[in-house]
Design a protein around this ligand. Sequence first.
Ligand code: 5AD
Ligand code: SF4
Length: 472
Amino acid sequence: MEHTNVNAIEAAKQLDIINELKVRFEQEKSKTGKTKTYHIETFGCQMNSRDSEKIAGILKQIGYEETDSEEADFVIFNTCTVRENANNKVWGRLGYLGNLKKKNPDMLIAICGCMMQEPTAVEKIKSSYRFVDIIFGTHNIFKLAELLQLRLNSDRMIIDLWKDTDLIVENLPNERKYSFKAGVNIMFGCNNFCSYCIVPYVRGRERSRNPKDIIDEITALAKDGVLEVMLLGQNVNSYGKTLEEPITFAQLLQEIEKIDGIERIRFMTSHPKDLSQELIDVMKSSKKICNHLHLPMQSGSTRLLKIMNRKYTKEGYLELVDKIRKAVPNISLTTDIIVGFPGETEEDFEETLDVVRKVGFDSAFTFLYSKRTGTPAATMENQVEEAVAMERFNRLLKEIQTCSANRTLRDEHTVQKVLVEEINSQDPNLLTGRLGNNLLVHFPGDPSYIGKIIDVYLEESKGFYYIGRLQE
Ligand code: 5AD
Ligand code: SF4
């Protein structure tokens, strides 16, 4: 059977269960007078945030109402496992949840996401956190209603974990966090197996969505008032290669560009090894693709890049940056860097600093290497001492801060288009908006601007954000 068909059948089945639960919840509510609440705690990346919107969509449809507090009837932890500290946060919060559940035994607790794709984490829950009600993974989020129904009809822990899947069920109810911007999955999984990274093991093999489904979804979002889309995938530059009718990421972008109502297109993450000239050309000619590229370099040492299995060299990375800057001169470049990868020497680290200085990134996410069991790097000799890695990490941070501040100064005293996102969380008199290059600006203004793209004068650079004022 065609996959599109299988996906549609699965979606229909889940919608039936959602409706059954809705009736059941309405009946309960008419007896108790209470609406049940849910709370989702999302750890990790934008893929997880997108997954949490799906979870919220299903729960709202069933009749749950969202609450900010963990004292909810149904608490869901959507976990991340990319680095050890992500896991530690989950264990800490889970202990706290256990105490809450002692006070409210009817409370339901579900754990899902990347950490649950690791058998050791699931074993730990089964042995030490017996109060957890439902465990599922990254491949079967669309089954949440079915798992909830199973749990409500039994008193055992429901565990449903898939190693991988070909199913792509993306059209169930969905609860977007913002009305004016949205994340859109264009592909799932990763085939790159960078030697430090656990993602290919927990998110499975690379699969691209059909271009038509993506275009339909974005067209519907645009009709619903969305101005900005963020196309999501672990390696968007290899989008479409595995489809029956192959299409390139650059071609997909050109199709999305045609959708009326969409004003801004972002995407992440780009792997340098797959970034094509075609994509650079499309970015150059596009009116909607944002002036920003996130291009993880991980290390500046060709020797380490090889051991990391990144498939490019220091020089290759620098040449790529040159090509991009020539095509799109004012583009904002950001990156990811790992410090303390096994065997990293002072010389290797100096190479990283050298690239940072040469490129002059607008900003960078810097990570201390974290050993992930099951990855090739975990068993490599010469793991770097923590104190050494920490010292390098701090030096790197300083370098990045200097680069960022220099780059932000460039646009000081200019007028920029800004998508107004929210009332400033620190000062309610200010609004917070995002520039095309992804930086934030805070400025006085009326909340009615939220969700609109307006002109803002950047009065003062604060290193990695701006203070501005409305440009009438
Ligand atoms: N240790 C530290 N950082 C890591 N990343 C991925 N795996 C690890 C790890 N084991 C970082 C990479 C990647 C980002 C999302 O997380 O820099 O680009
Ligand atoms: Fe991990 Fe590398 Fe895949 Fe990114 S490209 S998810 S770093 S394996």
